[in-house]
Design a protein around this ligand. Sequence first.
Ligand code: NAP
Length: 266
Amino acid sequence: MLQVAVTGASGRMGGVFKEHLEGMEDVQGLAVSSLPPSTTVAKTGMVERLSGLDRVCRNQTCDVIVDFSFPEATLAYAVWAAAKKVPMVIGTTGFTLVQLDQLADTLHAVPALLSPNMSLMMNLAWRMTANATAVLPNDTVDVEIVEKHHRDKRNAPSSTALKMAQIVAEKRGWSMAEALRHNARWGMIGSRPQKEIAIASVRGGTLISEHSIVFAGPGESLEITHRSQSLEPFARGSLQAARWIVKQSPGVYDMLDMLGLSEVLY
Ligand SMILES: NC(=O)c1ccc[n+]([C@@H]2O[C@H](COP(=O)([O-])OP(=O)(O)OC[C@H]3O[C@@H](n4cnc5c(N)ncnc54)[C@H](OP(=O)(O)O)[C@@H]3O)[C@@H](O)[C@H]2O)c1
């Protein structure tokens, strides 16, 4: 039986992941939450959350943590995981570059998988983005990204869109700091600079998530779009990641590693 501690269990994604595990004979989800069962008032402190993780994992040994929470919370859970040598799957997004470095430092001695998008199809879309960028000329083909999410999403642009931009920037030999812009175009802005990757963020209603990358060249364009109609694909991918990460050596991996897509260009 794979025992999975689910951190951020009272959130949308943590809840869906926990539900996804229900009824499975070989996996058990153990909720770690600031929301005690009998109340609707969350204790927001990390102390309560970490003692919840301690309690859950003391009573039933935890094989792996799956985290969909909040960057500061994830960092604290990662310190716990490193100390107890428990592998971790991190789906939380919105980390700063400094926080990502801290996570990598903290988790280097345990197997950990970190991905801003756990969906198999979105990972394939990243791979296709790399392929398209490798083939299309960077002096005539412009790249724009549009991401859409529900009204409550906290961070913008989405980390999935940023990863799309990073793939393009790396393949084109551009620095993200120079090339990236958030698409707030307004007024007499003139022609678009060639060395630019713009991301437009749409927020509204109950949209789950949609990412499109547009390669616009002279006389033709190509669009790669991924749409999620529910959170289920992220839950499915996270479970696949949890089953995989417990068999890996210490180190920080992503979904592309798990899918064997890291090294494949075409
Ligand atoms: N990688 C992927 O495929 C994927 C897919 C969907 C979402 N996500 C990411 O997963 C994360 C959670 O998304 P969500 O939609 O479930 O968010 P949410 O509904 O706001 O839930 C986040 C949960 O995090 C916990 N938390 C810990 N510290 C917190 C703090 N300081 N402030 C607020 N919440 C805190 C809370 O749970 P407790 O009180 O129970 O601790 C809260 O319910 C986000 O970063 C989102 O972008 C990733």
